[in-house]
Ligand binder design. Sequence first.
Ligand SMILES: Cc1ncc(COP(=O)(O)O)c(C=O)c1O
Length: 393
Amino acid sequence: MLAANSVSRALKEELAELKNRHLHRELTCVSSAQGPRLSIGRGVFVNFSSNNYLGLSTHPRVKKSARAAVSRWGTGSGASRLISGDLAIHGILESKLASFKQEEAALVFSSGYLANLGAVTALVNENDVVLVDRLNHASIIDAARLSKAKLWVYPHLDLGELEKLLDRAQEFRRRLVITDAYFGMDGHVVALDALHELCRRKSALLMIDEAHSTGVFGKNGRGLTEHFGLSGKIDVVMGTLSKALGSVGGFIAGSEVLIEYLVNRSREFIFTTAPSPAASAAALASLEVILEEKSRRTRLWDNAGFLRRKLSGLGFDLMGSEGPVLPLRIGDSQKALLVRELLWKEGLFVACIRPPTVPKGTDRIRVSVMATHTQEDLERLVSAMKKAGEKIL
Ligand SMILES: Cc1ncc(COP(=O)(O)O)c(C=O)c1O
């Protein structure tokens, strides 16, 4: 009891310290679906903080598919897919994902986070080195740490520095380069053609994380591999079902041998219950909608283009971003919280992103755009940001 009391005191002190540094986080209860509007308390907010870029989590066809899956398969999956038999819905989704991503095969995980962990820890160990972009998502860094491989970090998007590191890494058994393809906090796109060429030249394995680019980039929404004409050419392609696909879960796509290997060696696949049938069925329907309703992607890009022009016109630093993620650099946690507060008062729900999610001094308001935002929604944000800018810029 004494030990528990002293731990509890230490936790309280640490939380108080986070509050002092304006880094404390709290959950905001939402009582509606994740659409372009959110019901919070007694108010309705325009939602500028969701990764549901295409609005598919509330698409009638996607919801119908999830409902039908519950009727047919029930709610849970029972056990690991290797233990209690593999519900066909997951395999159907994997075939569809493989053809959508134009890869030989795919494997579904319970989340994108687990997909990153599952691929990296299976592929590398203490004999290897993992080379990561400094701004990669936490799941990539955690995956590399868990794998026990050496972790080497190169400056954001700096392929020159990556090349130098690859030259110094000759003694390792495997050299695995991993990067976000589209950086979800920065709106930056990696030069995938140059990165792919570098990895080929240096005989390094390349893994890309298409969590934020799947459904958003490429002529048919297949992601940045499609955009760069590199479908089927990247060693490991990770994606998530939880963002533009409007469901939950993650996947790895690549060669048949890679997928067979992961089924046998990926602890994050083997030692966890299979995803829910409804989540897989929803993602399946989303893939069809993405291919059929191209106008959603056009709308998303038009909305993002409009906001980017207007907000940079107001003097905000959009950090060289492109696509549906618009980071507005504020630079200091207190000010960033103040802007969020001002926007919330105007009925606009935006995320305030602070360290450790982003490096110190790059605190920002992250605006994420949806295809389902109306012109009026966008204009409300511009006028509220104008007022906020007058206070803080
Ligand atoms: C780049 C990136 N990779 C992986 C993930 C994890 O995906 P999920 O949310 O499906 O676990 C995220 C989600 O925040 C992400 O932004």
